[in-house]
Write a protein that binds this ligand. Sequence first.
Ligand code: HEC
Ligand code: HEC
Length: 454
Amino acid sequence: MNKYFYLKLSVLSVMFIYLSSCTKTETITETVTETITETVTDTIIETTIDTLHLDPVLVAQGREVFRHDTFGDEAFWSGVLHLDKAILGADNGGYGDGVSPATALAVGLKVDAEALPAEVVSLIQSGDVDLNDPATTVELLRLNSVVGIKGNFDETGDLSSIGITCALCHSTVDDSFSEGIGKRLDGYPNRDLNVGVIVSLTDNAQFLADLLHVDVPTVNTVLNGWGPGKFNAGLMVDGVATRPDGSIAANLLPAAYGLQGVNLATYTGWGDMVYWNAFVANLEMHGQGNFTDARLNDAGMFPIAVENNFANVVNSPDLITGKLPALQAYQLSLDAPTPPEGSYDVAAAERGKVLFDGPAQCATCHIAPIFTDAGFNLHTAEEIGIDDFEASRSPTGMYRTTPLRGLFARMKGGFYHDGRFATLVEVIDHYDGHFDLQLSQGDKDDLQEYLKSI
Ligand code: HEC
Ligand code: HEC
């Protein structure tokens, strides 16, 4: 604490000297910027730890909820969609080919290596585990090691149902054991996960077809069209599956870390993080809780929500609401990861920061340390120079300034809500054109290095 206090003091005095000095030279400016940059970074870390005062017990409860709680959504994933039977396959009392570990990994599911007992680890290492047998997946579920999927077992030890948890989409693993198997990284979006393909394993696509008023082939086309790392969260309330050009609409799974101090959540700012947690648990995961949002009572905009009374969901018992405080505490504890040393060019990033904060105008919206607007963080499509298709599906009609911390850990799948820009270079080129910034090639490179560093 003292260290940071003195650092802050020293910066203040440097700034004071700088401000009160009339002899402004290049060298002084550079020195001052450098000192501030370093200190700001230190202060960010200090702020998160020091001022949030998170209750460790609540955080631990929230971690359990985030990783393992299904909120009773088995009623949907097994009761309606029968995905437990799809995993088992016909040979094990289900239907179809079943889901082997190899298939599960291929659709982006991850395995928590820390949940595997040493015997199992050595059996996998010696090649004595059949990764092509769905029965092995059932054993992995029994060990509670498939990230985001919870298996329930009856007295005879048979898989009786599965449910999903927040970790399915918002956690990945560090691949430390092998690809797709490693330590959990909570808050990191799983950009390998093909949610649509997983849902399409259902033998009851008719349910979704009826809900959305389309036929089964359409449901399957849509589910297979989302692609890895994407999901259409609005579909369940507005039934909008395609963009105006006919392509299939889906948004990138976002990071659930680095949200401290961020006002509105989601790409289009539906509400704050706590609002969205309740929305997702009830309306996307189909858990059993209570949820109210009168904005959904708009038949023109949200026909599916109106037909299914999603504006006023009531369940007894309520398996969600009581868990919201712990879930919030856990999410607030999920700091954005720090880019590994050597993953960006430090000198270029420093030059990029000067551009970001100044001539490139980025910091007029992405304000450090939260990297979204301080306060009301929404902008019109026009302001950021893109179409308003996705914005117009939200009650806000706008886009939320994405908090950029930990950008390096979610490069896969592209940028902006639907991944329309494949690389950071494309994002920068877009802003360069839209705001007529006239950035040189060197400026663009520097900005990119800075984005990789935050
Ligand atoms: C099926 C995948 C999936 C699951 C499961 C899921 N989410 Fe999400 N989550 C998404 C997607 C996609 C978005 C982006 C929605 C949008 O803006 O279109 C999102 C957005 C969010 C955001 C907003 C992030 C931001 O940058 O503002 C938070 C917070 C969040 N989810 C938390 C949760 C929690 C908590 C759970 C469990 C209760 C959960 N999610 C379950 C896919 C999922
Ligand atoms: C007028 C406000 C505004 C300004 C100025 C602005 N941004 Fe953004 N930025 C946004 C919004 C809003 C989004 C979300 C767009 C979306 O998801 O479709 C965004 C998204 C991004 C993303 C994508 C993040 C992700 O995970 O998908 C990056 C990177 C980014 N901005 C960098 C910059 C840079 C670099 C600059 C300066 C050249 C800049 N922004 C200027 C509002 C702004």
